[in-house]
Write a protein that binds this ligand. Structure first.
Ligand SMILES: [Zn+2]
Ligand SMILES: [Zn+2]
Length: 177
């Protein structure tokens, strides 16, 4: 339950408590409060700093967003440690995907992380999009010049002359591949 009384699902509360301030209240069997602990972070500042230095941004394939939450691979409520080995940075969107939408993250045998879709298919590694800090037109033009690509008014025209598909020729062309 959130502070304003809104009920949320168990997975949502796990997501919110993955990286949050925490005050532990102990209740007796009748629900009376026995003890209220000090407010602490679920992720101490030093570990958080080391995690940000290691991951730099969201680790979900292809994302790389800088503004992130820390995720416990094995949640602390299930006894998971708050150590670098058990933590990964995820943006809010991908943190939700992992807790509430069935995406999974696991350690591969080589120690790297594997990201799986809800059906269990692995999401392949995708490099984060390059950050275009300056004017994007200027940056993209510079990348094209670097790769020796010229774009002019005819770039979008197909080279096809409108003739019929020669299936035999096409198969002969593909067969060696
Ligand atoms: Zn989490
Ligand atoms: Zn992300």
């Amino acid at each position: 339950m959130l502070e304003d009384g809104t009920d949320v699902s168990a997975e949502t509360s796990r997501r919110l408590s993955c990286d949050a301030g925490k005050v532990v209240m102990k209740h007796d069997s009748e629900g009376k409060i026995l003890d209220v602990g000090r407010r602490t972070r679920t992720i101490p500042t030093a570990i958080r700093r080391a995690l940000t230095a290691r991951d730099e941004g969201c680790q979900f394939p292809g994302c790389g967003l800088k503004f992130c939450e820390a995720h416990h691979l094995k949640h602390w409520a299930d006894g998971g440690e708050t150590s670098l080995d058990n933590l990964v940075l995820l943006c809010r969107r991908h943190h939700r995907a992992v807790h509430e939408e069935g995406y999974q993250i696991e350690h591969a045998s080589n120690g790297e992380l594997r990201f799986l879709r809800p059906e269990g298919w692995e999401i392949p590694y995708v490099p984060p999009a390059p950050s275009l800090s300056e004017d994007p037109i200027v940056s993209i033009s510079a990348l094209l010049v670097e790769d020796d690509v010229t774009i002019d008014s005819t770039t979008g025209f197909p080279r096809w002359d409108g003739g019929w598909l020669d299936l035999n020729w096409a198969i002969q062309g593909y067969r060696p591949l």
